[in-house]
Design a protein around this ligand. Sequence first.
Ligand SMILES: *Cc1c(COP(=O)(O)O)cnc(C)c1O
Length: 374
Amino acid sequence: MKPETLAAQAMHAIDEATGAVVPPLHLATTYARDHNYELRGPSYTRDENPTPVHVERVIAALEGGPGALVFSSGMAAATAVFRALCKPGDHVIAPRVCYYAMRGWLERFCATWGIALDLVDTTDLGALANAIRPGITRLVWVETPANPTWDITDLSAAASLAHAAGALLAVDSTAATPVHTRPIEHGADLVMHSATKFLGGHSDVLAGALVTAKLDDAWARIAQLRHDEGACLGPFEAFLLLRGMRTLFARVERSSRTAAWLAERLLEVPRVTVRYPGLASHPQHMIAVRQMQRGYGSMLSIQIEGGAPAALDVVRRLRLWVPATSLGGVESLVEHRFTVEGPTTPTPDDLLRLSVGLEHEDDLFEDLRQALVP
Ligand SMILES: *Cc1c(COP(=O)(O)O)cnc(C)c1O
C-alpha cells in the first residue's frame, strides 16, 4: 500500500468494538485480567497503551522499518539513542551544523561520561571518513536537511562509512519527514523525528519518535531504556499526533511546493541569499535530487545583507510570518536563530529561518517582499 493511504487511514484504523473510524483515546493506565488471570492485551500503560502503540505502527510503516517507539519529545528520542548505546571510552560523531539543543546536549553528555565526540561537517565525506575510528566509533549521527542551513548529507555514503567501521548510522529526519526521505532505504540504522514538527503538524503537541531498521540488540536496549525511564508519549499527545499524521502528505507536499516557489522568487530579491536544497545553487543539490522525493522540504533560510540588525529589521516589518521558534506547523514561522542560539553558534547572524506553512504562496511572498524591500 502507498504511504499516503497508510497515513490517511492511520492504517485502516476501524475500532473493533464500535466501528469508530477514529481510533479511541485510551486513557486507562492499567488493564484488568480475566477469569483465568490472563491479560486480554495490554497490562500497563507505559509501553502498551493502545493509542501510542497505534502511532508507533503508523510511523514504522511510513519509514519502512519493523519497529518504532514514540517518546515524550524529540530530544527524549534522540538522547535515548546515545544513552542506550554508548558507554565510556566509545567515540561518536555528530554534525557541526545540526539542531542546536542536540549539539549542546551531546557536548555536555559526552564530557560527563567520558565519550569522545567529534563534531564534523558530515556533508564532507572525506572529513567524515577521517573522523571515524574503526571499532571505537559507536554511532554516527547526522541530520539532513540540517537545521538551519539545510545542508544535505549523503545518507548511503555515510551509512557505508559507518558500517565499514562497525558503527551505526542514526538520522535526525525531522526536516525531511517520511514524505521526502526514508533514511532506512538509504542504509540508516535508526531514524529520529521531532514529531512536534511536521508529523504533528499543528504546533500543539510535543512528541518524538525513533524507527529502527532491525529488531536487534541495539533496538532492545533503546526500548528497555524508555521502559526504565518512562519518557513515553502520553495517550492524549499520541491521539493528537495520529490525527495530525493523517494529513501528513497533503500538508507537507503543499508546504514544500510553496517553499520551493518562495526560494525561486526570493532569488530575485536584491541583497538576499537563499539556502534551499531544491535550488540548483545549493551546494548539495545533486545529493538532494537522489535522496529526496516529492520535493525538498518546507524549510528554507535567507541571509540578509547587513547582518543581525538588518535581519531583525526584516522580522519587525513582517506582518504575516509569525516570529516564533519551532517549525513544521500549518502557520508559517520566521526565526532569527542567532539570537536564540547565542554568540558561540556557527549559525550566521544574518540568517532568518523560514518554516513554510499552508497559507497562500502569494500572501507569504508579498509579506516577505515588503519586509525585504521596504
Ligand atoms: C525540534 C527539533 C528537535 C527536538 O525536538 P523536541 O520535540 O522539541 O524535543 C530535534 N531535531 C530537530 C531537527 C528539531 O527541529
